[in-house]
Design a protein around this ligand. Sequence first.
Ligand SMILES: [Zn+2]
Length: 364
Amino acid sequence: MAQERYQRVGEITAPIYSQDCSVLIMATSILLDTQTGNAMAQIKYKSLSENVVKAIFVDVQCFDVSGNELDGIVDFQYLDLNIGSHNEFGSKTPIKLPDSRTRRIIVKIRKIMYQVGGLKELPENAEWKTVPKQENLIDSLGSPELVEQYIRETSISSKFTPLETDNIWLCSCGEVNSTDEAKCHQCSINKKSDFDNFNKELLIENLNEYRKSQLVKENLVANKKSKIKKIAIITLAIAVLIILTTLIIGFINTQKQPGPDGEYSIIGHRYNTRTGELLDSGTSANTWTFKDMMLCDSGNNSHAPSNTPYKRTGRKIVLEHSINTWAGGTIDTLLLEEDGTLSGVDTNETNKSYYVEIIVVPIH
Ligand SMILES: [Zn+2]
């Protein structure tokens, strides 16, 4: 495997800031070019300024591995930039260091050229400090419930203790913002909310309120579930009641259904078998009596043998013997209608030229 051309021989990843400067130095690396033997500085910056950065001028102090200062660089210029707020830059512009023995560097920004307002020179004695490391919320608040409450009050991105120093504030999400910024550039949380809510007493108070409101919500849900259960039971009971009522009414109706017991008279209509034309109509002078599953003819005419047994199945009445009707034909099956009448078709066995429809009407 071919050796990497650039070998990293020094690195600082903690960002540094100066209260006189709107640009952070995020990280520095020293790379050794294995082909040429040169040491290169790779420096990453981040602008916190709303004012677009067009150029920056930096000094680089160089030290060897034992801390002896070597030749450094004065006024290295990053030119033709167009850097907006919270944008990083510089890491793709390596700086050739004068001494290849360089293993540590100190970078200081000297001047910044802005789009609006032009060149701003930093004071000679501008102090550069490491951006403070934020404490984890769980370490500073001490309980997961308070951390969750802080997150509820601020943002889902909150992980760290918010911190303000000099000209920067560090959001609970970890982003470094300029003090001029009222909202975090990363998570959009309001700076005031981020800091005001980091108050243990307030968080405990709010947590208690939250628990109370959760309890109310849980009770509401439980009541709703109980109501739904009650409604389901009542609905089921009503459905069962309706079914039972329907069955009972059906049973009662069955019981009330007109039976054949009683006296009936016969009305008959005679039709032409071929054409269906009504030939004549008539009413029998005698009556029929249905009683105890027996059919009797009450008249003198022998329309039915005395005491003809019959079977009733539902609405169908089947006579054990065929009976003669008004028209002189025979009938052995009658159909009991809803209104208590009986109907049947009587065929003439001797003369196929007509048939008779009969209706047996109860006499009340
Ligand atoms: Zn944030």
